[in-house]
Design a protein around this ligand. Structure first.
Ligand code: ZN
Ligand code: ZN
Length: 349
């Protein structure tokens, strides 16, 4: 089997070959049908996150071992099943939940694999789907997609569950406008799920006019230029005094400023994006204005199940998806880095 791997941080992915593995125990082998390219793949290939102030968070220090095959938004067809794997059959098409914990710690026992401190995430800490085949350690991380097109279902594994998990943290989702910062792949997914979950209305912020236009077309009630000097004031005006919730899918110093500063008393700033940087906040207003700053990291296996139930009820989120051959992976990552991708690019081996 072929697999595209990070071998040296900062270098293009390398195509390596190895014998196709046989599943052991409860493992399941999938033939990859679709693998979405996510912005965080760029950080994984670089090997670090920018912490601001010249500091970096090294991913190899966090447990990423090289070489590793990237690709964490995968749909595949079951081709082989380990002797202890229950509940899946050869030929079924499955979405692989990549956010896999150690299975033994407190959060994992509570079903919150995404809060595990020793995650084994596919395409991050273990081999992912930029390959002909992918091994999934347990059927608990497989979700039947039925007749959904694989390339449209694959982005649910990261971009879908990540924005679903963030939207679930908004108590005022159905009663007040929600600010969504960033209208790239994650932003358009968030906007679509917001609507599918019965959201009141969405104010979408982006610094790129092309992405703002895409958000407008996708049903944003208001769009705001995040680079405008009065971006915060525009949000305060639209919301009659400030936002109850801002979901920041960018996570830069600039986007954090806009999101946090546009909150009303009691409001919640939810950070998802990993662009990097830092920002300074005055402390007394946090208690006096009862503000919440909350991080949101991907989603739990049960949230993945809820998301697929939502999709079965309401249809797939109408996020633009382009397909490309797996061999184009490095070119696609360059295009993503240059900000040229609208919606999602999904690779097909
Ligand atoms: Zn991702
Ligand atoms: Zn764990």
């Amino acid at each position: 089997m072929r697999m595209f791997q990070v071998c040296v941080c900062g270098q293009p992915l390398q195509c390596n070959e190895q014998p196709t593995p046989t599943p052991k125990g409860g493992e399941v082998l999938l033939k990859v049908l679709a693998a979405g390219v996510c912005h965080s793949d760029l950080h994984l290939a670089d090997g670090y996150f920018d912490l601001g102030g010249g500091k970096k968070l090294s991913l190899t220090d966090r447990g990423m071992k090289l070489p590793v095959t990237l690709g964490h938004e995968n749909v595949g067809e079951v081709v082989a099943v380990g002797p202890e794997a229950k509940g899946v059959k050869v030929g079924e098409r499955m979405l692989a939940d990549p956010w896999i914990g150690c299975g033994t710690c407190g959060p994992c026992q509570r079903g919150e694999d995404n809060l595990c401190r020793a995650m084994r995430s596919l395409g991050v800490f273990s081999n992912g789907g930029y390959a002909d085949y992918i091994m999934v350690p347990d059927t608990r991380y497989l979700f039947d997609i039925g007749n959904l097109p694989p390339e449209r279902a694959a982005p649910l594994a990261c971009s879908g569950v990540t924005t679903y998990g963030a939207l679930k943290k908004v108590p005022t989702l159905k009663t007040e406008p929600t600010v969504i910062i960033g209208a790239g792949g994650l932003g358009l997914m968030c906007l679509a799920l917001h609507k599918m979950m019965g959201g009141h209305s969405a104010i979408v912020v982006d610094i790129d006019p092309v992405k703002r236009a895409a958000a407008r077309e996708a049903g944003a009630a208001h769009i705001v230029d995040g680079a405008a000097p009065d971006a915060v004031q525009q949000i305060v005006n639209i919301t009659n005094g400030g936002a109850w919730a801002a979901i920041d899918l960018v996570g830069s110093s600039q986007s954090a400023r806009v999101g946090y500063d546009s909150l009303i008393k009691g409001g919640k700033y939810i950070m998802v994006g990993l662009y990097g940087g830092d920002f300074t906040v005055s402390l007394p207003p946090i208690p006096m204005r009862a503000l919440t700053i909350q991080g949101s990291y991907v989603g739990s296996p049960s949230e993945m199940g809820e998301l697929l139930d939502l999709v079965r009820r309401t249809g797939l989120p109408p996020v633009p998806v382009a397909t490309r051959p797996l061999d184009d992976v490095n070119a696609v990552m360059d295009e993503l880095r240059a900000g040229k991708v609208i919606g999602r690019v999904v690779l097909q081996p």
